[in-house]
Design a protein around this ligand. Structure first.
Ligand code: FMN
Length: 220
């Protein structure tokens, strides 16, 4: 199989978590005998070639991070320049985000399913996974450990050309954390993270509290 791969992150390749995920995923795909061509949406100079590839290939995969609960604005801008396909193209997605619970990526997933149809493609499913905030801050073995599961998913995509199998569904992990985990996270957030955010904000010159509501209570 030959696939067109697009990294839909607005972050340049060097800083993009999606790029690290794709590297591992494409390793799996290649090991299974597939070939690919890759485009970066962060680089507008590649848009013309990416558009042509979209028109002339039947396996297309867009990998994207969740930005404010849905797809990044720059990717949206690119997608709006595409002419919908006719024929036999299948469009699949890798949707990844920072927060770990699968549930918060489902709204984006539903949007992507609709989007495939609007672009004149058959929907090939979405590989959904969170907990990826820190990938680009890691290196070597630690980064390999975090991204390793995507390698197997690359093999699955190469074999099946889609993400509908049970294996892909389980890949997401927990939809929501158990009650006690959520409780623990909220306590830790209150005790540690808030103080750290406040300290960072002061260091950047903030003079008001982070939960300040300058317009609150004024009926605005
Ligand atoms: C502006 C912005 C908004 C984000 N919004 C979300 C969000 O709504 N949910 C989430 O889980 N992660 C969110 N994230 C985290 C990214 O999805 C996550 O770090 C991802 O791995 C970034 O991939 P990239 O480096 O390829 O862009 C956001 C990150 C940024 C910079």
């Amino acid at each position: 199989m030959h696939a067109v791969i697009m990294n839909g992150s607005p972050r340049v390749r060097k800083h993009s978590n999606t790029d690290r995920i794709l590297a591992r995923f494409l390793q799996g795909m290649t090991e299974d005998g597939s070939t690919f061509e890759q485009y970066e949406i962060s680089d507008r100079k590649q848009w013309e070639r990416a558009r042509t590839a979209f028109q002339h290939n039947d396996r297309i995969l867009i990998a994207l991070p969740l930005y404010v609960e849905n797809i990044p604005g720059l990717l949206m801008e690119f997608l709006e320049t595409l002419i919908p396909r006719g024929g036999d193209a299948t469009l699949s997605f890798i949707l990844q985000g920072g927060f770990a619970e699968g549930a918060q990526l489902r709204c984006g997933e539903a949007y992507l399913e609709m989007l495939a149809g609007r672009l004149g493609c058959r929907y090939g499913g979405t590989l959904v996974k969170g907990d990826n905030f820190g990938i680009r801050l890691t290196e070597g073995k630690e980064q390999e450990r975090i991204t390793a599961p995507y390698r197997e998913m690359g093999r699955v995509y190469s074999r099946e050309g889609s993400f509908f199998s049970e294996e892909c569904r389980k890949f997401t992990g927990p939809e929501t954390f158990p009650f006690f985990t959520r409780l623990l996270i909220s306590v830790v957030f209150r005790m540690i993270a808030r103080k750290r955010f406040a300290r960072a904000a002061r260091a950047w010159g903030a003079t008001r509290p982070l939960d300040d509501r300058p317009y609150g209570g004024r009926g605005v």
